[in-house]
Design a protein around this ligand. Structure first.
Ligand code: ARG
Length: 637
């Protein structure tokens, strides 16, 4: 417990005392918790304000030159003071701050803001060993997911993250790509925070179109092709039968217009046959179900391979097909009894406008939950599925990672659950939405499948790598590296902005080694790894380094950033924005790259070499932890 060394610098500052005093305070894993607690204690003595008010108001700064923590005097709610009086007060407080505080320098005052700068030496000497000890654990916080933080025996909270959710036999579009990337990240984030995470993929795998697909397979299916590449084969069949169906419909329309009797044609149309086939499926006809299950299973097997390349796995492949008709009937009746839905021209619909007065009701529109012919809809399935998941998993929280195009759908869903009398369950659900990807196409045309995107980006990456012969020859398996870098390119580009923003899929920009890109991040990681290889120091040598030799401002700044990592992760749990993590990682890589000339390892005197190596090793750990959190596989070369 190396961070404890820091606490020992201050009399009376113990982990136990502050953990009890401040909420969610875990100084043994988050150094900033210690600094906040210490500052709150000291400032309370100076200002007379209760430390519990000061603690949560010690805020982050945007960059290190603004300090490590800042406090705005108005946040302390001192009555009857105008802004200029508060600025005066801030100045007085700063003067009263002890010169010889062991952890933090005397604050700098700008207007009514106090900026605090952490002292370098004690932080360096405690944090570098702490990161060494924690390794992959540094940044994780198992307490946050406990049902009762004071009593771990009560167990973890459970969260369901539903994401990716593509549709079988249809293209894997940008919405699915983003859901996969963002969802994988959110699942990792909660896992790191000690939650029990269940990852669910809710496939689009039910409906009349799957009856049509089965017909297409009967007509043109090829066993070999299905086994070899189910996703592509099913897609091709689907495209083919759909165009046939469209042609047929047009033909019927034409004949009708010419006064011909088309009853017989319509009865035998593909559309009717598909309806019939799907009816067999809903009636649980064994042969029909078995065929459909084969399509589904083969597709899932293939999806799994692709997800594995993105370091993603699912605990459950659920899907629209898994929702039982009986249950939907039951809930339909319940909705009717409770006056939530009403008949309208033979269909059942939820008239939110009547149920909820005002703007909210209007905005929720009038979704149908049962068609005239008795079939259930996307929304109907979601209602049943949600309640089922609650039964099955007793979740404390559930997140749906779905494009913002479905904002209304999810609002309707949560509202219906609430109207059914399950406000408690609705309150546990959250929709995490995201914007569009514009112009997503590969060089071979529009994107159809995730594999195509990854393949194309990997090819492009390979080209870029080839441009540097010297470095290219050092990479052991260029194909595999190009693949990893390609995946990083796509993921980093996706996570660079706020989720809700649209972005343009730009193959050249994302695969560049310049700018804040995936390849640059990988390069930065590989570069710290290479220092370690070149230095040729043993673990013991690095562990026993004399860290008091690290006095340069560059070294101090790197460690100040390293100290922010656990807090960054904790903050990301509030924003659920991958960009919060990425921004941090790029700050880190920039600090590293500007330090290399100042803090040389190879070529320095032995003791200095060890100390600097220990610093870079800690940075390597944190970069790697961050990259893995967002779903990347850090490369060493
Ligand atoms: N398969 C759907 C689509 O492609 C996404 C599913 C989202 N999840 C849900 N529970 N409705 O649009």
């Amino acid at each position: 417990m190396s961070i404890e060394k820091l606490a020992k610098q201050v009399e009376g500052l113990t982990f136990e005392a502050i953990a009890d005093k401040y909420p969610n305070c875990h100084p043994e894993i988050n150094p900033f918790d210690l600094y906040r607690a210490h500052l709150a204690n000291v400032l309370s003595g100076i200002t007379g304000v209760d430390s519990s008010i000061i603690y949560p108001n010690l805020a982050w700064t945007l960059s290190l030159d603004k300090g490590d923590l800042t406090l705005a005097a108005p946040a302390l709610r001192i009555k009857g003071k105008k802004p200029d009086q508060l600025a005066e007060l801030a100045k007085e407080w700063a003067e009263m701050f002890p010169d010889n505080d062991p952890l933090v320098a005397k604050p700098i005052v700008v207007n009514y803001f106090l900026s605090f700068y952490i002292r370098g030496a004690p932080l360096i000497q405690s944090l570098i060993p702490a990161i060494r000890e924690s390794g992959a654990e540094y940044g994780r916080n198992k307490y946050l997911g406990l049902k009762d933080p004071k009593d771990p025996s009560k167990g973890q909270k459970r969260i369901i993250v539903e994401f990716s959710s593509p549709n079988i036999a249809k293209p894997f579009h940008a919405g699915h790509l983003r859901s996969t990337i963002i969802g994988g990240f959110i699942a990792n984030l909660y896992e790191g925070a000690g939650w029990d995470v269940v990852r669910i993929n809710y496939l689009g795998d039910w409906g009349k179109q799957y009856g049509l697909l089965a017909l297409a397979f009967e007509k043109y299916g090829d066993e070999e092709a299905l086994k070899k590449d189910p996703i592509n084969h099913l897609f091709q069949l689907y495209v083919r039968i759909n165009s046939e169906m469209t042609a047929e419909k047009e033909d019927i329309e034409k004949r009708k217009a010419a006064g011909e009797d088309t009853t017989e044609l319509e009865k035998n149309s593909l559309d009717e046959q598909a309806r019939g086939y799907f009816k067999k499926m809903t009636d649980r006809d064994e042969a029909a179900l078995a065929q459909w299950k084969r399509f589904r299973d083969l597709s899932i097997t293939r999806y799994k391979d692709t997800y594995a390349r993105l370091n993603i796995h699912f605990d459950d492949y659920s899907g629209e097909s898994q929702v039982s008709e009986d249950e939907m009937d039951k809930i339909g009746k319940e909705m009717e009894e409770k006056g939530i839905c009403k008949e309208d021209k033979g269909a059942m619909l939820v008239n939110f406008q009547e149920l909820i007065p005002g703007k909210e009701g209007k905005r929720l529109e009038k979704p149908i939950v049962r068609k005239k012919d008795g079939t259930a809809l996307y929304l109907t399935r979601d209602i049943s599925e949600l309640l089922n998941r609650h039964e099955k998993y007793h979740f404390d929280k559930m997140i749906y990672v779905v494009a913002s195009a479905q904002d209304l759908h999810l609002k309707q869903l949560f509202k219906i659950i609430e109207l059914l009398g399950h406000k408690d369950i609705a309150d546990k659900c959250q929709h995490i939405n995201f914007g569009l990807v514009l112009g997503m196409s590969t060089r071979k045309g529009t994107v159809k499948f995730l594999d195509d995107i990854l393949k194309d980006v990997a090819d492009k990456m390979h080209e870029t790598m080839r441009k540097n012969d010297d470095k290219y020859s050092q990479v052991a398996d260029p194909e595999a590296t190009a693949d990893t870098l390609g995946i990083s390119s796509v993921m980093v580009q996706d996570m660079s902005g706020k989720r809700i923003n649209n972005y343009t899929f730009n193959m050249d920009a994302m695969t560049s080694f310049e700018g804040d890109t995936g390849p640059y991040l990988q390069y930065a990681h590989a570069r710290v790894s290479s220092i370690r290889r070149k230095a040729g120091l043993s673990d013991e040598e690095i562990a026993s380094a004399d860290l008091s030799l690290l006095i340069e401002p560059h070294a101090v700044n790197i460690v100040r950033l390293l100290a922010q990592w656990p807090d960054t992760v904790q903050n990301t749990l509030k924003t659920l924005e991958p960009t919060t993590v990425l921004t941090y990682l790029f700050k880190m890589t920039h600090a590293l790259s500007s330090s290399y000339d100042q803090l040389q390892v190879v070529g320095s005197e032995r003791e200095l070499m060890k100390a600097r190596m220990a610093l870079y090793d800690a940075a390597h750990t944190v970069l790697g932890n961050g990259m893995r959190l967002i779903g990347l596989s850090p490369v060493e070369r």
